[in-house]
Ligand binder design. Structure first.
Ligand code: SAM
Length: 264
C-alpha cells in the first residue's frame, strides 16, 4: 500500500506495523477462498493485503476519503469492493451471508459499533476484532468481577466470545496509549437467544448497572417489586454484577409474562 498518510485522531487511526502480530491475526481468522468477509477500517491495508490474498475478494468499509483514494489506486473492484462511509450507519444486511466481520476497530466508537454489529448477528458467521484490551476484558467478564457490566451481559446474550491475545502499543504507528487485544465472537444459536423482549432486556440491564453500588431493589424499583424478586428467587439486596446473563433474561421474561403496564 502507498504510505505517506498522516494519521487522523478523530478516526481512531493507529496503523498496525508489526508483521508478527499481523500474521497472528490472519492465522486467528484463517480466511478461505470464497468466504464473504468484510473488513472495517482497512486503513493502509495492514490486514487487508493478507486477507485479500487468502480469500480472493473482500468487502471493506472505510470513512477516510484520503484512504479511500489510496485503496482505489491499489485494488481492482474484482479484488476489493470499497464501501465508502461510516460503519456505524452501514447496512451489513446488503452483504452476502454468512458474513465474517473483521477489523482493527477505531477505539473511539468501538462500543456503538459492537452494538451495531450485534443487530446483524443472524447474518454473521463470526467476528474477529482488535479493540482496547480494557473493552475486551469487559466483553468477556464473568459475574462478580469488576469488569462485568452492561457490555458483558448484552454481548454475551448474543455471542460466544473469547479474548485471544494481547497486542502491545509498539505494534502500531502511531503507538496508542493503551494495550489492545483480539476478541473472537460467534453468534449463539437463535434458540439460545430467546429473550421475549430484547428492548426490555436492554433497559433492565442498563438500570441494574446504572448505579453499581446500589442494590437491585433500588436500581430496578421501576420494574421489579419485592414480590417479583421472591417469585424469581433473586435476592433484592444483591447488586447488578452478581446476576448472570440468564438471570437478566429470566427477569425480563417474567416481566413480559406478568406485567401489562410496563413503562415503555
Ligand atoms: N486496519 C488498519 C490497520 O490495522 O492498520 C487501520 C486500523 S485504524 C485503528 C481504524 C481504521 O478505521 C482507520 O482506517 C479509520 O479511518 C477507519 N475508521 C474510523 N472510523 C470509521 C467509521 N466510522 N467507519 C468506517 N471506518 C472508520
Amino acid at each position: 500500500m502507498p504510505q505517506g498518510h498522516i494519521a487522523r485522531k478523530r478516526f481512531g487511526q493507529n496503523f498496525l506495523s508489526d508483521a508478527g502480530i499481523i500474521r497472528q491475526i490472519i492465522d486467528a481468522i484463517a480466511p478461505k477462498p470464497g468466504e464473504a468477509i468484510v473488513e472495517i477500517g482497512p486503513g493502509l491495508g495492514a490486514i487487508t493485503v493478507p486477507l485479500q490474498a487468502a480469500c480472493g475478494h473482500l468487502h471493506v468499509v472505510e470513512i477516510d476519503r484520503d484512504l479511500i483514494a489510496k485503496l482505489k489506486q491499489t485494488w481492482s473492484p474484482a479484488q476489493i469492493t470499497i464501501h465508502e462511509g461510516d460503519a456505524l450507519k452501514f447496512d451489513f444486511g446488503t452483504l452476502p451471508a454468512p458474513l465474517r466481520v473483521v477489523g482493527n476497530l477505531p477505539y473511539n466508537i468501538s462500543t456503538p459499533l459492537l452494538f451495531h454489529f450485534a443487530s446483524y448477528a443472524e447474518r454473521v458467521r463470526d467476528m474477529t476484532f482488535m479493540l482496547q484490551k480494557e473493552v475486551v476484558d469487559r466483553m468477556v467478564a464473568e459475574p462478580d468481577s469488576e469488569a462485568y457490566g452492561r457490555l458483558s451481559v448484552m454481548l454475551q446474550y448474543r455471542f460466544n466470545m473469547a479474548s485471544l491475545f494481547d497486542v502491545p502499543p509498539t505494534a502500531f504507528k502511531p503507538a496508542p496509549k493503551v494495550t489492545s487485544a483480539i476478541v473472537y465472537m460467534q453468534p449463539r444459536p437463535a434458540s439460545e437467544c430467546s429473550c421475549r423482549d430484547e428492548g426490555l432486556l436492554g433497559k433492565i440491564v442498563t438500570a441494574a448497572f446504572g448505579q453499581r453500588r446500589k442494590t437491585l431493589r433500588n436500581t430496578l424499583r421501576d420494574h421489579v417489586s419485592d414480590a417479583d424478586f421472591a417469585a424469581l428467587g433473586i435476592n433484592p439486596q444483591a447488586r447488578g454484577e452478581t446476576l448472570s446473563v440468564q438471570d437478566y433474561v429470566r427477569i425480563t421474561d417474567y416481566l413480559v409474562e406478568h406485567k401489562t403496564d410496563l413503562a415503555g
